[in-house]
Structure formats: C-alpha cells, structure tokens
Design a protein around this ligand. Sequence first.
Ligand SMILES: CC(C)(COP(=O)(O)OP(=O)(O)OC[C@H]1O[C@@H](n2cnc3c(N)ncnc32)[C@H](O)[C@@H]1OP(=O)(O)O)[C@@H](O)C(=O)NCCC(=O)NCCS
Length: 189
Amino acid sequence: MSPDYRIREVRTTDRESIVQGYLALYQERENHPTLGIVLAKTPPTVEAENAWFDALLEAVRVGKKVVRVAEVGGRAVGLCEVTQKGSDTNADEAHVGELGLLVHERHRGQGIGEALIREVLARCAGRLEIVVLSVFGNNTRAKRLYAKVGFRSCGSLPRGIKRQGFYTDSDRMYLELVPPGAHSRAAAS
Ligand SMILES: CC(C)(COP(=O)(O)OP(=O)(O)OC[C@H]1O[C@@H](n2cnc3c(N)ncnc32)[C@H](O)[C@@H]1OP(=O)(O)O)[C@@H](O)C(=O)NCCC(=O)NCCS
C-alpha cells in the first residue's frame, strides 16, 4: 500500500501549516514536559515565526539549506532541514551541515520522519561531507530513528538540557556522507 503522505520541496504556501505546527510544540511541552526538542521559554509570536519561515525559504534559494516537507491532505505535517555550517568568517566548517527534524504530533509513528530524513540526506550527498545533529538524551524515538538511517554518537554533554527542574544529556550524532578513506589527511594544528 502506498503511504498517504508525500515528501516534496518546501513552498511559500506551507507557511501557515509549518508555523502552526511549530507553535503547537509549546502546547505539547505543557502536556509532556520531556518533549525532546529545544524551545524558547515562551512561544514566539506568529510574526517572528513568519520571519523565520521567510529566512528558511531564502536559505533554500541561496543553497544554504536543504529542506523537505511531508504533505498530508494538502498540508505540510513535517519538516526536515539541513543547514550548511560555515559563514563569511568561517570557511572551515562549510563541509558540515546541521540537521533538524519535526513531525507534527498527530502524524508521528507512521514512517514520515524516516522518509523525510532519508530524502534530505540523499539531497545532501555531493554538497556536504558530514551531517551532525543534537538530540535530547531521553529522546529515544529520535535517537532510534537517527541510528536507523546511519547516524552514530559522537559525544554528549551531561545534563546539557535543563527544563522545569529536570535534566537530560545533550547528545551529538553524526553521519559521514563521504565514504571513509576519501578524506584528505587532516593537518596537525
Ligand atoms: C522524532 C520524530 C521526528 C520521529 O518522526 P516519526 O515520523 O514519528 O518517526 P517514524 O514514524 O518515521 O519512525 C521512525 C523510527 O522512529 C522510531 N519510533 C517511531 N515511533 C516510536 C515510538 N513510539 N517509540 C520508540 N521509537 C519510535 C523507530 O525507530 C522507528 O523505526 P521503526 O520503523 O523501526 O519502528 C517525531 O517523533 C517528532 O517530531 N518528535 C518531536 C520533535 C523531535 O523530537 N524532533 C527531533 C529533535 S532531535
């Protein structure tokens, strides 16, 4: 049976569903304080989120981000992005991208997260060499997914996350898109 979602590029018309889906995380955190995603203390304004969405579209346009959304019934219900590191003052990390992933609550556990991440990683190949991410130590669902698509642990900041009186580790994971041995030798510093 074919899935009832499709993975596609992000469009201007996704603004409302993406912004509302993100803002819904704040209510979800109220209900489930251990929700494994970094959030602000209080919800951002819709205007701030709209500005974030504009910046996302622009970053896609200039090739600084690879983004895919999952669409169900005409609405975007999940988003995966990889943002190229590096900047005007940092040329040395431009081969590395940072991954973020979110599936709206009602649509989880149906394979959408996995489909999103696989599609984005496929599109990063040839553009980036390494993809990294941060994940809450207690976010077993996300960590299992990342391991399933090939990410490996590369460190952890003990108690790096503190929310409403509980702590969890801030874990880092990475995936090499370039086959081992294809890198040039690292210079000693
Ligand atoms: C993490 C998240 C993106 C996963 O997306 P999803 O669409 O629910 O994941 P999928 O349905 O593709 O499942 C992929 C894998 O996740 C894991 N998974 C899914 N549901 C799970 C559950 N209830 N418990 C434990 N692991 C689960 C499994 O490893 C699954 O693989 P499987 O097919 O072998 O079971 C989603 O739960 C989410 O958006 N969570 C809130 C935000 C968040 O935590 N983002 C990540 C920040 S680092």
